[in-house]
Design a protein. Structure first.
Length: 203
């Protein structure tokens, strides 16, 4: 009988605009979706991988999306001292086929989002406007932000103000404010004249 050998795990790192976040990219799909863990408690509840990473003394944030993990570190550590160790850790974790996220995570997050008021009720022209804003974010902003190891989610629209949530490497990144103001706000104002400003909350 033939034993099927899995292809070896490849892993490389990519810089993000946030000096305290590094993107660890694998050749395996880890999770189809976005999972942002800012606290160890949330990681313990939902992600064995994030929980294991939080055991490393320098990790203070884990963001899992598609085939990569973005890790945010404590400021008093240098990447050159910890990158190799972190790469090995993720590589062996994935190679051993250990669980990444627990069942029901997506549903639980959707419920939290709803309770937070992400499911604001929009009607008529406003509903159309919100659809347009979400579509623009999905098409133009998300892919670019994802390449930088982060994520952006639409949260609310209120009288010209668009509120978004920043996750992964974007959360707490010094350059994200610039990107947000000059890039995203500029684009939305051009394409949706009703938009007057874009503000962000950290995920």
């Amino acid at each position: 009988m033939e034993t099927k050998t899995a292809s070896p795990i490849m892993l490389y790192t990519e810089q993000t605009p946030n000096p305290d976040s590094l993107k660890f990219v694998t050749n395996r799909m880890l999770y189809k979706g976005t999972a942002d863990f800012r606290t160890e408690d949330l990681a313990k509840e939902w992600s064995p991988l994030a929980e294991a990473l939080f055991q490393l003394p320098y990790v203070n944030g884990v963001y899992i999306c598609n085939n990569f993990v973005t890790i945010s570190k404590e400021m008093n550590y240098l990447w050159e001292d910890i990158t190799m160790k972190t790469k090995e850790f993720i590589k062996s974790y994935v190679a051993e086929d250990k669980p990444i996220l627990k069942e029901g995570f997506e549903e639980a997050m959707a419920k939290i989002e709803e309770e937070r008021g992400v499911a604001y009720h929009y009607e008529g022209d406003e509903a159309e406007l919100v659809q347009k804003i979400k579509a623009l974010l999905d098409k133009y902003v998300k892919p670019a932000v994802e390449m930088d190891g982060g994520n952006i989610e639409f949260k609310a629209y209120d009288k010209g103000k668009v509120i978004v949530v920043l996750q992964g490497s974007c959360s707490g990144c010094p350059s994200s404010t610039v990107t947000l103001k000059s890039g995203i706000e500029g684009m939305l104002k051009r394409m949706v004249p009703e938009v007057t400003e874009v503000v962000a909350e950290m995920g």
